[in-house]
Design a protein around this ligand. Structure first.
Ligand code: ATP
Length: 137
């Protein structure tokens, strides 16, 4: 697959790190094929993260993801899903490799700056959740 979906999460947008994160993404060979700033509603976040609804942190996750604007984007590159997850680093910034986006910008396992799809199938679903066909290039 050659596309993945990402969100720059509310913590990173609030901290003013949007530009630096997008710069690192494009410098790493990803082409932006869709992008917008938007704020998820509670229903949006509950649907987007439905797979986590039984997890103890679900309420906190929905609260966090809806507290301010995010930047959603679809990215294109060979091997996009895997290469993007390498670029962002481990879910918990304490475990993230040096130089990764989460190592640099995440503050905790919950407030971890960015999302990256975990499969080609989810990249497609998540991209379609946020963008209409005419918004993808
Ligand atoms: P993402 O799906 O955002 O790319 P991920 O695949 O690295 O993250 P998941 O295990 O799918 O991680 O968790 C989804 C999101 O839920 C995490 O990115 C984080 O914001 C939040 N989360 C995960 N584990 C915890 C936790 N223990 N406490 C609080 N929030 C958590």
């Amino acid at each position: 697959g050659n596309r993945t979906f990402t969100m720059i999460k509310p913590d990173a947008v609030e901290a003013g790190n949007t530009g630096a994160i997008l710069d690192q993404i494009t410098a790493s060979g990803f082409r932006i094929v869709a992008m917008k700033m938007t704020q998820m509603t509670k229903a949006d976040a509950e649907n987007f993260y439905a797979i986590h609804k039984e997890r103890p942190f679900f309420g906190e996750l929905v609260e966090f993801m809806t507290r301010g604007p995010i930047v959603a984007a679809i990215l294109e590159k060979d091997n996009a899903v895997e290469d993007f997850r390498t670029l962002i680093g481990a879910t918990n910034p304490e475990d993230a490799a040096e130089g990764t986006i989460r190592k640099k910008y995440a503050t905790s396992v919950g407030e971890n700056a960015v999302h990256g799809s975990d499969s080609d199938e989810n990249a497609e679903i998540e991209g379609a959740f946020h963008f209409a066909g005419r918004e993808m290039f």
